[in-house]
Design a protein around this ligand. Structure first.
Ligand code: C2E
Ligand code: CA
Ligand code: CA
Ligand code: CA
Length: 276
């Protein structure tokens, strides 16, 4: 079409990468108003018996021109502009409503839990506690059926004032998970001052356990982290479980819950009941 003896290879991936940050940033507010975001849910599985325990809510942007964009493409931009606060509130509201629906339908052996990611910026939102309580009350969801995931990096940087809202929510029964644990170089003794109930071990720690025999150093490291977490009364969830070998090793090491492609990929809410 361009004339001459030319050809071009269309690569949707690199096309997507080429959409400018400026363009995306500019369209975020309208996308939120226009309901272009949707949530996929990835099952959380209890390791001792393989039962469905809950799901993590993962947001996506269905861009009218560029297709479905993953959160890594737009969450940092939303963080930067502050739009993460209303976007995060929408995710929370939608995920809590969904959890309620699953519970009413009796999905899972116990009441299902929903995990929602919280950006560092949301920790500074003065309405965080009030909004979260209002969302739970409006939906009629028990606080213990909600878990907020905050990255280890965000939490270790937080001072006592910034931790206060999380502590208030934890006191109400909301679970707090330390996300991507192991990537933030926590001072381990410092873990005691955080209002966390769960430690989510980053995928990078479980990669060495994909093959048999497992990397012996990785085994020892995970074993050590699990033992430390349990000493501090934290449960351990492992991310990025992709193989049955990995799942077996991690169960053996005493991990409490797991999430990963081995069990199920993130998917629409209708898929959750039959996902595991
Ligand atoms: P995350 O919280 O660490 O979420 C886990 C990511 O790992 C997800 O990527 C998930 O699709 C992917 N994953 C799950 N199982 C496997 C596996 O077995 N193997 C591999 N290789 N990957 C796996 P996703 O959905 O692209 O999300 C990326 C990040 O975006 C999340 O990382 C989270 O930090 C952020 N995010 C997602 N939704 C929200 C949200 O609503 N609010 C905020 N603030 N951040 C969000
Ligand atoms: Ca997460
Ligand atoms: Ca994570
Ligand atoms: Ca991760």
């Amino acid at each position: 079409a361009e004339g001459g003896n030319r050809f071009a290879v269309a690569d949707p991936d690199s096309d997507a990468r080429a959409i400018s940050r400026h363009h995306l940033t500019h369209h975020l507010p309208a996308a939120l108003k226009g309901c272009e975001f949707f949530i996929e849910y990835q099952p959380l599985v209890k390791m001792s018996d393989g039962s469905l325990e809950g799901a993590e809510a993962l947001v996506r942007w269905s861009h009218p021109r560029h297709g479905v964009l993953g959160p890594d493409r737009f969450i940092p931009l939303a963080e930067h502009t502050g739009l993460i606060v209303p976007l995060g509130r929408w995710v929370l509201q939608e995920a809590v409503r969904q959890a309620c629906e699953w519970q009413v339908r009796g999905i899972g052996a116990r009441p299902l839990r929903v995990n929602v990611n919280l950006s560092p910026r949301q920790l500074h939102d003065p309405d965080l506690v009030q909004d979260t309580v209002a969302v739970l009350e409006e939906a009629g969801l028990c606080p213990s059926s909600l878990c907020l995931e905050v990255t280890e990096t965000a939490l270790i940087r937080a001072d006592d004032r910034e931790l206060r809202p999380l502590r208030q929510l934890a006191d109400l029964g909301v679970g707090i998970a330390l996300d991507d644990f192991g990537t933030g170089y926590s001072n381990l003794a410092n873990l005691r001052r955080l209002p966390a109930s769960t430690l989510k071990l980053d995928r990078s720690f479980t990669q060495g356990l994909q093959q048999e025999p497992a990397d012996p150093v990785d085994l020892k490291v995970v074993e050590g982290i699990v033992s430390l977490a349990h000493t501090l009364n934290l449960s351990v969830t492992v991310e990025g479980v992709e193989t049955s070998v990995q799942a077996a090793q991690l169960r053996e090491l005493g991990c409490d819950s797991a999430q990963g492609w081995y069990y199920a990929r993130p998917g629409p809410p209708e898929k959750l009941p039959e996902a595991v």
